[in-house]
Design a protein around this ligand. Structure first.
Ligand code: ZN
Length: 55
């Protein structure tokens, strides 16, 4: 079972829908690393820069 949260009531529940009617969300967002995303962006940017370099 996953714990979920109603953002309107700020109440934790196990239901997918809060009793106020709002769809509850998982309080923890899907796992991802901002640093990894940044690293990927940097690699792409570096490649772009290298491709544009006039020698
Ligand atoms: Zn609610």
């Amino acid at each position: 079972m996953k714990i979920r949260k109603c953002e309107r009531c700020k109440r934790y529940t196990l239901r997918e829908k809060c009793r106020c009617g709002l769809i509850t969300v998982s309080p923890h967002p899907p796992k991802f690393s901002p640093e990894d995303r940044w690293g990927e962006w940097r690699r792409k940017a570096k490649k772009l820069v290298e491709n544009r370099t006039i020698r």
